[in-house]
Ligand binder design. Structure first.
Ligand SMILES: Nc1ncnc2c1ncn2[C@@H]1O[C@H](COP(=O)(O)OP(=O)(O)OP(=O)(O)O)[C@@H](O)[C@H]1O
Length: 611
């Protein structure tokens, strides 16, 4: 629409569509057709006739690996992928984020689908309108749910919600793939009547449909019967009766016309060759009939170019914000993220605190120093494993919806990627902050605000690094199980080359480079320098006792040559270097950016291929 009071009308036509597989199997063989504004058109035919292939070809969806010839036009102008900008698509399988309520889902979709020119009040009104028109008022506040996992709204309500979503932006063109499948006959009729109303308002509607009953069949303005990838009939339903009769297939009394036509065109397993010949004869008869001539004239008219408006889409920031909000709600409603994450972290913090509970008296002792070295390494592990595996539990589940919404032209992959990362950040940083804040004081790290906040900063960078690798692995691998099986060995490698299990300077050359691929090395060195280095007076000359901190001091004196007497000696005992302090703090954010970027490229590739 050019403005709110001017309605966009679209004539869709397609000419000589040929679709072939890589093995040269013809799925569509010269299919042409036209649907005018205000027409409700059904694609019909026996199973395997090519209905879904035609719908996908018109929409340029799910056509990977297929060779397509022929063109699709809207208002006389050739459209390819841009058809998504002027159309809505209701797919056979309903796909939603089940944790949202019906209204929340529509609000988020309204932000993403409606034009940038609409304000918040207008969007709200539009959401109200679709809720009312799709009879979703009673389900407004209900969670959508996930079939088979968490019960939510009914199947019929889900289908109506799919319609409501597609209709939000009032597209001039609507495609539906088997909108009545899975619905009872009453609900199916209701859906088709709803489509009739939309067509009456000027919408151009194309849908595939399986064996409609006579009452439903009559509602369509135009039907397209396909047979073996060819058009067997296209035109109004009542005329189909005459055409099939003229081709020698007189409909018996009291039979369902759609069923009868489909049977005429179907391959009979008992007489496959004869039935194929029958189908071919009907297609040939149609191509030389007046019915086809009428369609050719309609197509000629449709080919005259007319205006095609498109509304300004929302800004990238609006898209990111809407998606971020959606995933924040999802994370929040996902008890395993919120509850288990924080409870687990608090529990582990108390456990670690009690394990290493500070038992020094006035000075650090040798085993106290050793304990801190161990506890600081454990910090890395705690901030790594739960974060990386936690993220991997949820991301793969997003993929099907992401693919659908991306190919619906609602948002670019980058908007999803950024929104998803930002939606995790609060959860995957707050838990680390809680963990450090509890343990820091219990295990006896330096009581100093500067050292404490720097420990928090390092912990945050470690957790961000771990999250980035978790997201990256999920983004480039096709499933959760593959992501997890790749992550395990990588983390083991990072862990053993991180600084505590092996001397970082003494590792063999062929493996020592791996330490620089991970935050284990950078994070651990930073933690150690922060605590023991940077002229921390607590570990100045003479402050660390050459004793093991037990009750019996005299029996536990450590030999001078094995005694770490200063903080600098502690740092050097691990072959770490204070000069790396700023480098480590700088490299971790760069690491995060690089790893996220690799993940983005991987995800983009996968999303684009999944068509
Ligand atoms: N990507 C593809 N690669 C190879 N063959 C395909 C592909 N897509 C569809 N086909 C084949 O093309 C034929 C038509 O498939 P299509 O899904 O369009 O039929 P349909 O009329 O929608 O059938 P149904 O009613 O069973 O869904 C079928 O034989 C199918 O196996």
């Amino acid at each position: 629409m050019s403005s709110s009071d001017e309605k966009q009308l679209v004539t869709l036509h397609w000419t000589d569509l040929y679709v072939e597989t890589t093995r040269k199997r013809k799925l569509l063989n010269g299919v042409s057709g036209v649907v005018n504004p205000g027409e409700l058109c059904a694609l019909m035919g026996a199973s395997g006739a090519g209905k879904t292939t035609l719908l996908n070809t018109l929409l340029r969806r799910n056509t990977n690996g297929l060779k397509i010839k022929g063109d699709v036009y809207a208002n006389g102008q050739e459209v390819k992928r841009s058809i998504t900008g002027i159309s809505g698509y209701v797919q056979q399988e309903d796909l939603f984020l089940g944790s949202l309520t019906v209204e929340e889902h529509l609000n988020v979709q309204a932000r993403m689908r409606l034009s940038a020119t609409m304000n918040a009040h207008q969007r709200k009104e539009r959401v109200k309108e679709v809720i009312t028109s799709m009879l979703l008022e009673n389900a407004r506040k209900s969670r959508i749910g996930t079939p088979g996992i968490k019960k939510g709204i009914s199947g019929g309500e889900m289908k109506r919600l799919s319609f409501a979503t597609a209709l939000l932006k009032q597209p001039p063109l609507l495609f539906c793939d088997e909108p009545t499948t899975g619905l009872d006959s009453h609900m199916a009729l209701l859906v088709v009547k709803q489509l009739e109303l939309l067509a009456a308002e000027g919408m151009t509607i194309v849908c595939t449909i399986h064996q409609p009953n006579p009452e439903t069949f009559e509602i369509f303005d135009k039907v397209v019967f396909l047979c073996g990838g060819r058009v067997a009939y296209i035109g109004p339903p009542p005329e189909a009766v005459h055409f099939f009769a003229s081709a020698g297939h007189l409909i018996p009394e009291h039979s369902n016309p759609a069923n009868f036509f489909i049977q005429c065109l179907a391959v009979d397993p008992e007489h496959p060759e004869e039935s194929k010949q029958q189908g071919t004869a009907i297609c040939d008869a149609f191509e030389s009939s007046d019915y086809y001539h009428n369609i050719e004239m309609e197509m000629e008219e449709a080919a005259k170019p007319r205006k095609l408006y498109s509304m300004p889409p929302p800004s990238v920031f609006t898209l990111i914000f809407a998606l971020w909000k959606r995933y924040i709600i999802d994370n929040y409603r996902n008890p395993s993220v919120v509850v288990s994450k924080f409870v687990q972290k608090a529990f582990m913090a108390i456990f670690l605190g009690l394990l290493y509970l500070d038992h020094w008296e006035t000075h650090p002792t040798q085993n106290g120093v050793q304990n801190l070295k161990g506890a600081l390494f454990y910090y890395i592990s705690e901030l790594t494993y739960a974060t990386l595996y936690g993220i991997q539990t949820y991301l793969p589940g997003d993929f099907p919806l992401l693919v659908r919404e991306y190919h619906d032209g609602i948002f670019p992959t980058l908007s999803y990627y950024l929104a998803r990362i930002f939606s995790y950040l609060p959860f995957f940083s707050l838990d680390g902050i809680i963990f450090i804040s509890i343990t820091y004081w219990m295990i006896g790290l330096t009581v100093n605000a500067g050292t404490f906040f720097l420990t928090l900063l390092i912990a945050l960078l470690v957790e961000l690094s771990s999250a980035s690798l978790g997201v990256m692995i999920c983004s480039i691998t096709p499933s959760y199980s593959i992501a997890v099986s790749i992550s395990g060995p990588i983390l083991t490698l990072f862990s053993i080359t991180g600084g505590i299990f092996t001397n970082v300077a003494a590792m063999p050359g062929w493996i020592s480079w791996t330490q620089y691929l991970s935050w284990f090395r950078y994070g651990y060195e930073s933690f150690i320098i922060n605590e023991f280095g940077r002229n921390n007076s607590r570990y100045a000359e003479g402050e660390i006792l050459c004793r093991i901190g037990t009750a019996n001091w005299t029996k536990s004196i450590v030999a001078q040559d094995q005694c770490l007497k200063t903080g600098t000696e502690v740092v050097e005992s691990l072959n770490f270097h204070e000069k790396n302090w700023y480098f480590n703090l700088g490299i971790m954010p760069i690491y995060v950016l690089v790893v996220y970027s690799i993940g983005y490229i991987g995800l983009l590739f996968r999303v684009q291929r999944a068509r």
